[in-house]
Design a protein around this ligand. Structure first.
Ligand SMILES: Cn1cc(Br)cc1C(=O)Nc1[nH]nc2c1CN(C(=O)N[C@H](CN1CCCC1)c1ccccc1)C21CC1
Length: 346
């Protein structure tokens, strides 16, 4: 087990739960609260030109505070590594959930899809496009709520969501026609297309466009033609069709999606996105923290508000708040070594 001194006393590393190109994700325990977290570890040397993606992802996640977007608790940078301490989702990938159930009944698919719409509508409203929406980037927490992850490719165009993007990114299977054609595209529109592919996967258990050869896959995507299995309801077919429109101008918008009959059927109210862009002050959580670091609630809160929201104090506050929102007792380790960290800026 590699020892990372930067984490000593703050997080106890456990097993590796994911490893990708330039990063690996390990399960860990936040020492002060005993809460599980997932730490994305990146070596600066192997990052190379991907370094800006880390900064992009950190800035995006610091802004995006939403119940269906995986929360960033802390960022630790050392000479050779970046550590992103993120929310642990113990339900695994949505992808595996669909595979093990073969396909989801419409009711369950709708519940999941409303959560995705809520997160994406919230992001678009704040000027962010994800651009890499796919089942592997949608995780489940222990209550089977969805969490979006992997914002390394997300874009926040300077001129807002009407500005055109050019970088081709994300995996082709879920990529919109205009994106694989290398045309200029709108982040919001490519996200809608990817959500159409996601909805199709939820309801059908397989992908609308799939082929071993990249060239045939591109042809299928550009044709916009896909199978409609017999079990799809009329409304499901209509919704998928409105999202998988090859011409982005004809594609449904996120606003229309929130009010679509398939979404609001069974008297489900239209999807709203909560404008949570800052922490709410919670005195019970602050008191729990002040008990160990000897500072007053107001002092802790002031330091929190002045910080860049990615230090150990922020992680402790957010994890205690999560525990409280889950109806659990607020406990905190009494180990003295916590004191300097809590008072320090790290
Ligand atoms: C798969 N799985 C099964 C269980 Br049980 C828990 C998990 C799990 O991954 N949980 C989990 N909680 N929080 C996270 C994760 C995974 N995870 C991730 O960020 N996982 C992504 C997965 N991407 C999907 C497509 C390419 C890579 C990742 C990114 C870089 C390197 C490795 C993995 C975070 C940190 C946000």
């Amino acid at each position: 087990m590699v020892r990372y001194t930067a984490l000593k006393g703050l997080y106890d590393l456990e097993k590796t739960i994911g490893s990708g190109g330039f990063a690996k994700v390990k399960l860990a325990t936040h020492v002060a609260t005993g809460e599980k977290v997932a730490i994305k570890i990146m070596e600066k040397t192997t990052l190379g030109e991907d370094l800006p993606r880390v900064k992009l992802e950190v800035e995006a996640l610091k802004t995006l505070l939403h119940q269906h977007i995986c929360r960033l608790y802390q960022v630790i940078e050392t000479e050779n590594h970046y550590f992103m301490v993120l929310e642990y989702c113990s339900g695994g990938e949505l992808f595996d959930h669909i595979v093990e159930k073969n396909r989801l009944p419409e009711i369950e698919a709708r519940r999941f899809f409303c959560q995705i719409i809520s997160a994406v509508a919230y992001m678009h409203n704040l000027g962010y496009a994800h651009r890499d929406l796919k089942p592997e980037n949608v995780l489940l927490d222990k209550e089977e709520n969805l969490k979006l992850i992997d914002f390394g490719l997300c874009a926040k165009p300077k001129m807002g969501m009407q500005a055109h993007l050019y970088t081709s990114c994300g995996s082709p299977t879920y990529a919109a026609p205009e994106l694989i054609m290398g045309k200029k595209y709108l982040g919001s529109e490519v996200d809608i297309w990817s959500m159409g592919v996601l909805l199709y996967a939820l309801l059908c258990g397989f992908l609308p466009f799939d082929d071993n050869s990249l060239e045939n896959l591109y042809k299928k995507i550009l044709s916009g033609k896909y199978e409609e299995p017999y079990w799809l309801s009329h409304d499901s077919k209509a919704l998928i069709k409105s999202m998988l429109q090859v011409d982005p101008v004809k594609r449904i918008t996120i606003h229309e999606l929130c009010h679509h009959p398939w979404i609001t059927s069974n008297s489900l109210k239209p999807v709203v996105f909560i404008h949570k862009t800052k922490f709410e002050k919670d005195d019970e959580v602050l008191s729990t923290m002040s008990a160990i670091c000897g500072e007053s609630n107001t002092d802790i809160w002031k330091k929190l508000m002045r910080s860049d929201r990615t230090d150990y104090r922020t992680a402790t506050y957010l994890l205690l708040l999560d525990r409280k929102l889950r109806g659990l007792s607020l406990k905190i380790a009494t180990k003295s070594h916590l004191k300097p960290e809590m008072n320090g800026t790290s």
